[in-house]
Design a binder for this molecule. Structure first.
Ligand code: SF4
Length: 371
Protein backbone atom coordinates (compact mmCIF):
# COMPACT_ATOMS: atom_id res chain seq x y z
CA UNK A 1 0.00 0.00 0.00
CA UNK A 2 1.26 3.47 -0.91
CA UNK A 3 -1.31 6.00 0.24
CA UNK A 4 -2.76 6.81 3.64
CA UNK A 5 -6.37 6.20 2.53
CA UNK A 6 -5.48 2.59 1.85
CA UNK A 7 -4.72 2.12 5.55
CA UNK A 8 -8.32 3.22 6.27
CA UNK A 9 -10.05 0.93 3.80
CA UNK A 10 -13.34 -0.21 5.44
CA UNK A 11 -13.48 -3.46 3.48
CA UNK A 12 -10.03 -4.54 4.59
CA UNK A 13 -10.87 -3.45 8.12
CA UNK A 14 -13.92 -5.71 8.11
CA UNK A 15 -11.80 -8.63 6.89
CA UNK A 16 -9.31 -8.09 9.72
CA UNK A 17 -12.10 -7.79 12.28
CA UNK A 18 -13.56 -11.05 11.01
CA UNK A 19 -10.18 -12.78 11.23
CA UNK A 20 -9.68 -11.55 14.81
CA UNK A 21 -13.13 -12.76 15.84
CA UNK A 22 -12.52 -16.15 14.24
CA UNK A 23 -9.09 -16.66 15.80
CA UNK A 24 -9.72 -15.47 19.35
CA UNK A 25 -10.84 -18.35 21.57
CA UNK A 26 -10.94 -16.12 24.64
CA UNK A 27 -11.10 -12.42 25.41
CA UNK A 28 -7.41 -11.42 25.31
CA UNK A 29 -6.44 -8.19 27.05
CA UNK A 30 -4.14 -6.13 24.84
CA UNK A 31 -2.62 -2.80 25.87
CA UNK A 32 -2.00 -0.06 23.32
CA UNK A 33 0.83 1.97 24.77
CA UNK A 34 0.35 5.25 22.90
CA UNK A 35 -2.37 7.87 23.36
CA UNK A 36 -2.58 8.39 19.60
CA UNK A 37 -3.40 4.70 19.20
CA UNK A 38 -6.03 4.96 21.94
CA UNK A 39 -7.78 7.80 20.15
CA UNK A 40 -7.70 6.03 16.80
CA UNK A 41 -9.00 2.78 18.29
CA UNK A 42 -11.99 4.67 19.69
CA UNK A 43 -12.45 7.21 16.88
CA UNK A 44 -12.63 4.43 14.29
CA UNK A 45 -14.90 2.22 16.35
CA UNK A 46 -12.33 -0.60 16.61
CA UNK A 47 -12.54 -0.95 20.37
CA UNK A 48 -16.32 -0.90 20.20
CA UNK A 49 -16.40 -3.44 17.35
CA UNK A 50 -14.24 -5.89 19.32
CA UNK A 51 -16.18 -5.70 22.58
CA UNK A 52 -16.45 -9.15 24.09
CA UNK A 53 -13.74 -10.47 21.72
CA UNK A 54 -10.67 -8.44 22.70
CA UNK A 55 -10.40 -6.13 25.69
CA UNK A 56 -8.34 -3.13 24.67
CA UNK A 57 -6.55 -1.54 27.59
CA UNK A 58 -4.95 1.86 27.25
CA UNK A 59 -1.49 2.59 28.54
CA UNK A 60 0.73 5.44 29.70
CA UNK A 61 1.75 6.83 26.30
CA UNK A 62 0.21 10.28 26.54
CA UNK A 63 3.13 12.67 27.22
CA UNK A 64 0.94 15.45 28.56
CA UNK A 65 -0.86 13.07 30.93
CA UNK A 66 2.30 11.71 32.53
CA UNK A 67 3.97 15.09 33.16
CA UNK A 68 3.92 15.39 36.95
CA UNK A 69 2.12 18.20 38.76
CA UNK A 70 5.36 19.40 40.35
CA UNK A 71 6.81 20.20 36.91
CA UNK A 72 3.73 22.30 36.10
CA UNK A 73 4.26 24.03 39.45
CA UNK A 74 7.85 24.84 38.51
CA UNK A 75 6.73 26.18 35.13
CA UNK A 76 4.17 28.42 36.85
CA UNK A 77 6.78 29.61 39.33
CA UNK A 78 9.11 30.58 36.47
CA UNK A 79 6.35 32.26 34.45
CA UNK A 80 5.64 34.48 37.45
CA UNK A 81 9.20 35.83 37.64
CA UNK A 82 9.86 39.23 36.03
CA UNK A 83 11.51 39.02 32.62
CA UNK A 84 10.78 35.32 32.07
CA UNK A 85 8.47 34.01 29.35
CA UNK A 86 7.43 30.37 29.71
CA UNK A 87 6.69 28.65 26.40
CA UNK A 88 5.23 25.19 25.83
CA UNK A 89 2.86 23.10 23.72
CA UNK A 90 -0.83 24.12 23.70
CA UNK A 91 -2.00 20.93 25.44
CA UNK A 92 0.22 21.69 28.43
CA UNK A 93 -1.51 24.97 29.24
CA UNK A 94 -4.62 23.40 30.78
CA UNK A 95 -2.91 20.55 32.64
CA UNK A 96 -3.44 20.96 36.38
CA UNK A 97 -0.45 21.48 38.63
CA UNK A 98 -0.76 21.10 42.37
CA UNK A 99 -3.01 24.14 42.67
CA UNK A 100 -3.55 25.66 39.25
CA UNK A 101 -2.65 25.47 35.56
CA UNK A 102 -0.44 27.54 33.26
CA UNK A 103 -3.57 28.86 31.56
CA UNK A 104 -4.99 30.12 34.86
CA UNK A 105 -1.60 31.59 35.78
CA UNK A 106 -1.54 33.43 32.44
CA UNK A 107 -4.96 34.91 33.23
CA UNK A 108 -3.38 36.26 36.41
CA UNK A 109 -0.60 38.00 34.49
CA UNK A 110 2.10 35.33 34.26
CA UNK A 111 4.04 35.34 30.98
CA UNK A 112 3.00 32.13 29.21
CA UNK A 113 3.06 31.56 25.45
CA UNK A 114 1.97 28.62 23.35
CA UNK A 115 4.60 27.17 21.02
CA UNK A 116 4.42 24.58 18.25
CA UNK A 117 7.95 23.32 18.84
CA UNK A 118 11.11 23.99 20.85
CA UNK A 119 12.66 25.46 17.69
CA UNK A 120 9.87 28.08 17.67
CA UNK A 121 10.89 28.97 21.21
CA UNK A 122 14.53 29.37 20.09
CA UNK A 123 13.34 31.68 17.31
CA UNK A 124 11.28 33.70 19.79
CA UNK A 125 14.27 33.99 22.13
CA UNK A 126 16.45 35.16 19.25
CA UNK A 127 13.92 37.85 18.30
CA UNK A 128 13.30 38.99 21.90
CA UNK A 129 16.67 39.42 23.55
CA UNK A 130 15.05 41.38 26.41
CA UNK A 131 13.11 38.27 27.54
CA UNK A 132 14.43 35.07 29.14
CA UNK A 133 12.62 32.27 27.33
CA UNK A 134 12.10 28.97 29.16
CA UNK A 135 10.67 26.13 27.10
CA UNK A 136 8.79 23.44 29.02
CA UNK A 137 9.86 20.34 27.07
CA UNK A 138 7.78 17.21 27.57
CA UNK A 139 7.23 14.01 25.66
CA UNK A 140 8.67 10.62 24.81
CA UNK A 141 11.64 9.74 22.61
CA UNK A 142 9.65 11.05 19.63
CA UNK A 143 9.76 14.68 20.75
CA UNK A 144 13.06 14.64 22.64
CA UNK A 145 15.23 14.86 19.47
CA UNK A 146 13.57 18.19 18.58
CA UNK A 147 14.39 19.46 22.07
CA UNK A 148 17.99 18.32 21.61
CA UNK A 149 18.14 20.09 18.26
CA UNK A 150 16.75 23.29 19.81
CA UNK A 151 19.35 23.42 22.56
CA UNK A 152 22.13 22.75 20.06
CA UNK A 153 20.81 25.58 17.91
CA UNK A 154 20.63 27.88 20.94
CA UNK A 155 24.29 27.18 21.69
CA UNK A 156 25.26 27.72 18.07
CA UNK A 157 23.46 31.09 18.12
CA UNK A 158 25.09 31.93 21.48
CA UNK A 159 21.69 32.63 23.00
CA UNK A 160 21.93 33.34 26.69
CA UNK A 161 18.19 33.99 27.07
CA UNK A 162 17.00 30.46 26.30
CA UNK A 163 16.70 27.48 28.63
CA UNK A 164 14.74 24.25 29.03
CA UNK A 165 12.55 22.92 31.79
CA UNK A 166 12.62 19.25 30.81
CA UNK A 167 10.26 16.42 31.62
CA UNK A 168 11.09 13.95 28.87
CA UNK A 169 10.16 10.31 29.47
CA UNK A 170 11.13 6.92 28.04
CA UNK A 171 8.53 4.36 27.04
CA UNK A 172 10.31 1.10 27.81
CA UNK A 173 10.67 1.57 31.62
CA UNK A 174 6.95 2.38 31.83
CA UNK A 175 6.12 -0.79 29.91
CA UNK A 176 8.37 -2.73 32.28
CA UNK A 177 6.60 -1.19 35.28
CA UNK A 178 3.24 -2.34 33.93
CA UNK A 179 4.45 -5.77 32.80
CA UNK A 180 6.04 -6.65 36.15
CA UNK A 181 3.44 -5.10 38.41
CA UNK A 182 1.70 -7.69 40.64
CA UNK A 183 -1.51 -6.11 39.36
CA UNK A 184 -0.58 -6.59 35.70
CA UNK A 185 -3.79 -7.39 33.87
CA UNK A 186 -2.66 -7.61 30.24
CA UNK A 187 -1.74 -10.41 27.84
CA UNK A 188 0.27 -8.38 25.31
CA UNK A 189 1.36 -4.94 24.13
CA UNK A 190 0.80 -2.91 21.00
CA UNK A 191 3.99 -0.86 21.25
CA UNK A 192 4.06 2.77 20.10
CA UNK A 193 5.24 2.76 16.49
CA UNK A 194 6.37 6.38 16.42
CA UNK A 195 8.62 5.92 19.46
CA UNK A 196 10.16 2.88 17.77
CA UNK A 197 10.94 4.95 14.66
CA UNK A 198 13.48 6.70 16.92
CA UNK A 199 14.53 4.01 19.39
CA UNK A 200 14.11 0.89 17.27
CA UNK A 201 12.92 -2.21 19.07
CA UNK A 202 16.00 -4.32 19.79
CA UNK A 203 15.51 -3.77 23.54
CA UNK A 204 11.95 -5.09 23.47
CA UNK A 205 12.98 -8.74 23.08
CA UNK A 206 14.23 -8.97 26.67
CA UNK A 207 11.03 -7.45 28.04
CA UNK A 208 8.88 -9.84 26.01
CA UNK A 209 10.84 -12.90 27.12
CA UNK A 210 11.07 -11.91 30.79
CA UNK A 211 7.44 -10.87 31.09
CA UNK A 212 5.91 -13.51 28.83
CA UNK A 213 4.00 -10.79 26.96
CA UNK A 214 4.19 -10.58 23.14
CA UNK A 215 4.94 -7.11 21.79
CA UNK A 216 3.67 -5.87 18.45
CA UNK A 217 5.22 -2.71 17.04
CA UNK A 218 2.11 -1.02 15.69
CA UNK A 219 1.21 2.07 13.68
CA UNK A 220 -1.75 4.39 13.98
CA UNK A 221 -4.09 3.96 11.05
CA UNK A 222 -7.11 1.62 11.44
CA UNK A 223 -5.53 -1.18 9.40
CA UNK A 224 -2.23 -0.81 11.28
CA UNK A 225 -4.05 -1.22 14.57
CA UNK A 226 -6.18 -4.13 13.40
CA UNK A 227 -3.14 -5.87 11.91
CA UNK A 228 -1.30 -5.46 15.21
CA UNK A 229 -4.24 -6.90 17.14
CA UNK A 230 -4.61 -9.79 14.71
CA UNK A 231 -0.96 -10.76 15.00
CA UNK A 232 -1.13 -10.41 18.78
CA UNK A 233 -4.10 -12.78 18.83
CA UNK A 234 -2.23 -15.23 16.57
CA UNK A 235 0.77 -15.26 18.92
CA UNK A 236 -1.36 -15.54 22.05
CA UNK A 237 -3.44 -18.38 20.61
CA UNK A 238 -0.24 -20.26 19.69
CA UNK A 239 1.39 -19.54 23.06
CA UNK A 240 4.28 -17.72 21.36
CA UNK A 241 6.19 -14.87 22.99
CA UNK A 242 7.79 -12.66 20.38
CA UNK A 243 8.39 -9.10 19.20
CA UNK A 244 6.99 -8.46 15.74
CA UNK A 245 7.28 -5.27 13.74
CA UNK A 246 3.91 -4.55 12.13
CA UNK A 247 4.95 -0.99 11.25
CA UNK A 248 7.83 -1.81 8.96
CA UNK A 249 7.10 1.09 6.60
CA UNK A 250 8.36 3.43 9.35
CA UNK A 251 10.29 1.38 11.91
CA UNK A 252 13.66 -0.35 11.64
CA UNK A 253 15.05 -2.54 14.38
CA UNK A 254 17.95 -0.13 14.97
CA UNK A 255 15.69 2.94 14.95
CA UNK A 256 16.88 6.28 13.64
CA UNK A 257 20.66 6.61 14.24
CA UNK A 258 20.71 10.40 13.65
CA UNK A 259 17.91 11.02 16.16
CA UNK A 260 19.52 8.67 18.67
CA UNK A 261 22.82 10.48 18.30
CA UNK A 262 21.09 13.77 19.09
CA UNK A 263 19.60 12.22 22.23
CA UNK A 264 22.97 10.82 23.31
CA UNK A 265 24.73 14.15 22.70
CA UNK A 266 22.35 16.18 24.84
CA UNK A 267 20.58 13.88 27.32
CA UNK A 268 21.43 11.26 29.87
CA UNK A 269 19.09 8.67 31.33
CA UNK A 270 17.71 9.73 34.72
CA UNK A 271 15.11 8.57 37.21
CA UNK A 272 11.88 10.38 36.41
CA UNK A 273 8.66 11.22 38.19
CA UNK A 274 5.47 10.31 36.28
CA UNK A 275 2.05 11.66 37.15
CA UNK A 276 0.16 9.03 39.07
CA UNK A 277 2.96 6.45 38.78
CA UNK A 278 5.64 7.99 40.98
CA UNK A 279 9.36 7.88 40.25
CA UNK A 280 10.35 5.16 37.78
CA UNK A 281 14.05 4.26 37.61
CA UNK A 282 15.87 5.23 34.40
CA UNK A 283 12.62 6.40 32.83
CA UNK A 284 13.55 9.97 31.94
CA UNK A 285 15.96 12.05 29.88
CA UNK A 286 17.74 14.91 31.66
CA UNK A 287 20.20 17.40 30.20
CA UNK A 288 23.83 16.33 30.47
CA UNK A 289 26.22 18.38 32.59
CA UNK A 290 27.71 19.82 29.38
CA UNK A 291 24.37 21.50 28.70
CA UNK A 292 23.77 22.74 32.26
CA UNK A 293 23.82 26.39 31.13
CA UNK A 294 20.55 25.67 29.27
CA UNK A 295 18.93 23.84 32.19
CA UNK A 296 16.28 26.10 33.74
CA UNK A 297 16.42 24.17 37.04
CA UNK A 298 20.12 24.94 37.29
CA UNK A 299 19.87 28.51 35.98
CA UNK A 300 17.01 29.53 38.29
CA UNK A 301 17.93 27.21 41.19
CA UNK A 302 14.60 25.44 41.19
CA UNK A 303 14.00 22.70 43.72
CA UNK A 304 11.84 19.73 42.75
CA UNK A 305 9.16 19.44 45.42
CA UNK A 306 7.01 16.36 45.67
CA UNK A 307 3.39 17.03 44.77
CA UNK A 308 0.93 16.98 47.64
CA UNK A 309 -2.24 17.93 45.81
CA UNK A 310 -5.51 16.59 47.07
CA UNK A 311 -7.23 15.27 43.99
CA UNK A 312 -10.02 12.95 43.09
CA UNK A 313 -8.36 12.24 39.75
CA UNK A 314 -7.43 8.57 39.34
CA UNK A 315 -5.09 9.19 36.41
CA UNK A 316 -2.44 6.80 37.78
CA UNK A 317 -4.86 3.89 37.53
CA UNK A 318 -6.06 5.01 34.09
CA UNK A 319 -2.48 5.35 32.80
CA UNK A 320 -1.65 1.81 33.92
CA UNK A 321 -4.80 0.37 32.39
CA UNK A 322 -6.24 -0.60 35.77
CA UNK A 323 -9.27 1.70 35.50
CA UNK A 324 -11.53 2.50 32.55
CA UNK A 325 -12.39 6.20 32.47
CA UNK A 326 -16.09 5.42 32.71
CA UNK A 327 -15.45 3.73 36.07
CA UNK A 328 -14.05 6.94 37.56
CA UNK A 329 -16.84 8.56 39.58
CA UNK A 330 -15.89 11.99 38.21
CA UNK A 331 -16.03 11.01 34.52
CA UNK A 332 -18.58 13.14 32.69
CA UNK A 333 -19.90 14.45 36.01
CA UNK A 334 -17.43 16.93 37.43
CA UNK A 335 -14.71 16.01 34.92
CA UNK A 336 -15.14 16.73 31.23
CA UNK A 337 -13.05 18.50 28.53
CA UNK A 338 -14.58 21.87 29.47
CA UNK A 339 -13.65 21.31 33.12
CA UNK A 340 -10.90 18.68 33.35
CA UNK A 341 -9.93 17.44 36.80
CA UNK A 342 -6.95 15.53 35.49
CA UNK A 343 -4.47 15.48 32.62
CA UNK A 344 -6.03 12.47 30.81
CA UNK A 345 -9.15 14.60 30.22
CA UNK A 346 -7.11 17.59 28.97
CA UNK A 347 -4.79 16.14 26.42
CA UNK A 348 -5.66 15.44 22.80
CA UNK A 349 -4.04 12.04 23.46
CA UNK A 350 -5.61 11.43 26.88
CA UNK A 351 -7.60 8.25 27.48
CA UNK A 352 -10.38 10.00 29.42
CA UNK A 353 -10.76 12.61 26.66
CA UNK A 354 -10.92 9.81 24.07
CA UNK A 355 -13.70 8.01 25.94
CA UNK A 356 -15.57 11.28 26.45
CA UNK A 357 -15.29 12.22 22.76
CA UNK A 358 -15.93 8.91 21.08
CA UNK A 359 -17.78 6.57 23.34
CA UNK A 360 -21.16 8.13 22.65
CA UNK A 361 -20.43 7.92 18.91
CA UNK A 362 -19.66 4.27 19.02
CA UNK A 363 -22.75 2.95 17.24
CA UNK A 364 -22.10 5.33 14.28
CA UNK A 365 -18.48 4.26 14.03
CA UNK A 366 -19.24 0.61 14.53
CA UNK A 367 -21.45 0.65 11.47
CA UNK A 368 -18.59 2.09 9.39
CA UNK A 369 -16.24 -0.87 9.69
CA UNK A 370 -17.93 -3.80 11.37
CA UNK A 371 -20.16 -6.32 9.80
S1 SF4 B 1 -12.24 11.07 34.42
FE1 SF4 B 1 -11.18 12.94 35.09
S2 SF4 B 1 -10.92 12.67 37.29
FE2 SF4 B 1 -11.34 10.64 36.45
S3 SF4 B 1 -9.33 9.76 36.00
FE3 SF4 B 1 -10.04 10.77 34.11
S4 SF4 B 1 -9.12 12.82 34.21
FE4 SF4 B 1 -9.01 11.97 36.29
Amino acid sequence: MKYLDEFRNPQHARQLLKAIRQRATRCWRIMDVCGGQTHNLLRNGIEQSLEGVIELIHGPGCPVCVTPAEVIDQAIELAGQPGICLMTFADMLRVPGTKTSLQAARAHGHQVRMSYSPLDAVKYAREHSDVDVVFLAVGFETTAPATALAVKQARQLRLNNFSLLTSHVRVLPAMRQIAFSPECCIDGFLAAGHVCTVTGYAEYAELAQQSGLPILITGFEPLDLLQGIRTAVDLLEQGQIDVINEYSRAVKEEGNPAANQLLTDVFEVVDQSWRGLGVLPASGLGLRKDWEEFDARHRYRLAMNASHSETKCRSGEVLQGRLKPGDCAEFGVRCHPGHPLGAPMVSSEGTCAAYYQYYSLRSDHRSSISE
